[in-house]
Design a protein around this ligand. Structure first.
Ligand SMILES: [Zn+2]
Length: 377
């Protein structure tokens, strides 16, 4: 009898034990100028601990298994990570990251959403050397650029947030960045202008941070580059949005508002802040009316140029309540360059020559806007 009982207990323990095994589904890395982000797709109750030493970080996960399909994704080339090792200590998996910079580590977890079905563990390796180098170059920059107009060019999405995905699997974030980079190159050829990118690679920047970058850089214009997506794959053409705090009642704009303003969920922010509350705090006495009129002017000029190179979806600039357009003091527009959900347009969006054409048109729109502004003075 006693033998029988202990057998049952042994069986129970084994079955409970295997049920508790947690799966690490996948691993992704995003390299930003000031940090490297490690993302691990996990189960809900994954037990993990993170310890930091001088030159390495250990992420330990209890009773874990790694899928053979994604095992190789653990190993990633990154300027800050010298070496990645995996060690099994009984049922605990230890991921060891050797870091070759002075760094700080921060982590948080994210719950599933429409884009990510698994829970995510996010570990940010914050590069302390990168920060100090930015500070060192600042004063020189301020002096030399005092007379130039500074334009912030924002490539929508990035990193964990791919944006819309085309029928042929092109990701909006990559198209946006390619066009944004071409636009920046155009602008910077003009000695009176200076363009700065919110992001220069494949990593995520929270929406409100995109606005604070504009403020920090003393930008006088904000242009966010995106590509549209709808169910109907024949929808085509460019459209431009300016801010309306009230929002827009059209179905497409409503959908867009939702998808634009929720991207922080996908991209991953440590604490979800109330964006509207945040923005109230940075609003100054500046006349919002003036900003809105200027944004509208800028939108019209850009749309006029885009019309010359391809179809436009809406002939007039549209209004929507996009968080990223809420810079309190500067004209801000969001350009939906084309529909990535339309295979013909997707092809155009991924073609370097076509991207250049789009960038040229936006650039010409900016110039026309400034010329008009001078006329009015
Ligand atoms: Zn977008």
């Amino acid at each position: 009898m006693r033998y029988y009982l202990s057998l049952i207990i042994a069986l129970l323990v084994t079955s409970v034990y295997s049920e508790e095994k947690t799966t690490l589904y996948d691993f992704r890395y995003w390299t930003a100028p000031d940090h490297t982000r490690i993302v691990i797709d996990t189960e809900e109750d994954t037990l993990f601990s993170i310890s930091k030493n001088n030159d390495y970080i250990v992420i330990s996960v209890d009773d874990a298994e790694v899928l053979s399909d994604t095992f190789s994704n653990i190993f990633f080339e990154d300027e800050r990570i010298q070496k990645i090792r995996i060690k099994r200590d009984r049922e605990t998996i230890k991921l060891i990251f050797h870091i070759n910079k002075d760094y700080r580590v921060k982590h948080f977890t994210l719950t599933p959403n429409t884009k990510y079905k698994h829970h995510r563990l996010v570990v940010d390796i914050i590069d302390l050397e990168a920060k100090s180098s930015v500070k060192a170059t600042k004063p020189v920059k301020d002096q030399t650029l005092s007379n130039r107009k500074i334009i912030l060019v924002d490539a929508g999405h990035g990193g964990e947030d791919s944006g819309a995905i085309g029928k042929n699997k092109s990701q909006e974030k990559n198209v946006n960045l390619a066009i944004a980079k071409k636009l920046v190159a155009n602008i910077n050829k003009n000695p009176e202008l200076k363009a700065i990118l919110t992001r220069s690679g494949d990593y995520y920047i929270p929406l409100t941070k995109r606005i604070t970058i504009a403020q920090k850089e003393k930008a006088t214009m904000f242009i966010s580059i995106h590509a549209d997506s709808v169910e109907n794959s024949s929808a085509k053409g460019a459209s431009i949005y300016t801010l309306s705090e009230k929002g827009n009642n059209s179905k497409l704009a409503k959908q867009l508002e939702q998808s634009q303003n929720l991207v922080d969920q996908f991209g991953g922010v440590e604490t979800v802040i109330d964006n509207d509350q945040f923005l109230k705090n940075i609003l100054t006495d500046f006349s919002r009316k003036d900003r809105d009129i200027q944004s509208q002017q800028l939108a019209k000029e850009i749309l006029k140029e885009l019309e010359k190179i391809g179809p436009v979806h809406k002939i007039e600039p549209q209004k929507a309540n996009f968080v990223v357009l809420k810079s309190p003091t500067i004209p801000s527009v969001l350009v939906e360059t084309a529909f990535i959900s339309n295979p013909t347009q997707e092809k155009r969006l991924t073609n370097s020559k076509q991207q250049q054409k789009i960038a040229n048109s936006i650039y010409q729109g900016i110039i026309d806007y400034y010329l008009n502004l001078e006329k009015d003075l």
